[in-house]
Design a protein around this ligand. Sequence first.
Ligand code: SAM
Ligand code: SF4
Length: 412
Amino acid sequence: MVSSIAAENTLVKASKPLSTDPIPQKETILKLGTDGLERVLEGKGRARMVWRAVREGLDPHETDPASPMFDSRITSRTRAILQERVLGPQWTLVQRTSSTCGTLKLLIRLHDGLMVETVVIPARLGPRSNGLARGMSREAEDSLALASRSTVCVSSQVGCAQACAFCLTGTMGFVRHLSMDEILMQVQLALQKVRAEGLPGLRNVVFMGMGEPLNNHRAVRHALACMTDPHAFALSPSFITLSTVAPSPGHVRHFLDMPKIRLAWSVHGAADGLRRTLVPTTSSSMVELREAFREVMAQRGDTYIFIEVTLIEGVNDSLDDAEALVELLRPFGRTAVKVNLIPYNDTGVNGWMPSPSGNILAFQTYVRAHGGWLTFARTPRGREDSSACGQLATGFSGQPQEKMLKAQALKS
Ligand SMILES: C[S@@+](CC[C@H](N)C(=O)[O-])C[C@H]1O[C@@H](n2cnc3c(N)ncnc32)[C@H](O)[C@@H]1O
Ligand code: SF4
């Protein structure tokens, strides 16, 4: 008996090299995260070294010591394992455009040829450029600008199913979800750009690029976990904002499975009829959506929510619209709301125009006086290179903004 067990053991040992274990699939650093990379590199120290390079805007895959992206602290052994077992970037930066106000728009080709856009918004250093942001004193605003850092506006989908009437991404329809690493790749590229171009350090992430993040909540949740992992991107959840149009109360409840990032609700029209004109895919009432947010905030312990309203002249910028907004938001309470009024960026649809500053000021004054909330009129940035909110769209041919350019040509 003993000898037969010994014989079996010998057989097991002898058969080991012939193991039929599947060869582990190569993944990118971003997909592996901290634990996965640690396993693949067989060492916590190696994995931490690689992630530090990512955080500092260096490229761990760069092998040319003369390249500014090369990290000399990564050992040759780690570099060799990376080359052998870790998939390199599966995307290409095909275009970088900038506007005079400093925003950078990055057009990125994904592995299947589809394109996505990401915007890097450096802190605005210096005095404010217009008189609209009157929510705080000049001193407070200027010191905030000096203390603040760059922001990356990330996309979560190619196209979007929500079809908001004023948004260029909405006119593309839904093309596909971005994977977790495709979302993270945008943060990684932003870190690299910030380093290469000497911009203020990256601190803020806003999900305000292409797509509706809550329609892609799984990938977004995994990406958030990696962004906030102290050994990966190490970003603070309190500087990450997820903006959603809130497709349904069920979608809003996905916030319960996410880190404690900041919530932003794109409201646009408080009255159900107006909301359906602007966001035609809305099927729940605004009260139902508001109650879903209140429930989520109570459970997560959120102290405030950002409310976004894109103001279009003659469409949703009257004092009646401001009054409906105040009534909708009142149950949140005196301190739990911060309202951002965003002048519509022309996307060439419906002949709509941005609200004139007088209308915005009147709307802002009304909401402040009757709701008592901090209400900011946001200065659009990146309009000239079409990187402002709602101006992001990529054609299947890879020609950015082709629809907007066509529509604008028709208008003029
Ligand atoms: C492009 S969306 C992406 C995030 C999410 N889908 C949402 O709607 O909140 C980000 C913000 O841009 C705003 N936006 C869209 N189109 C716009 C436009 N043409 N002008 C100004 N803001 C716009 C949206 O209302 C939203 O607040
Ligand atoms: S505003 Fe947001 S939800 Fe609406 S179409 Fe654009 S990306 Fe989608």
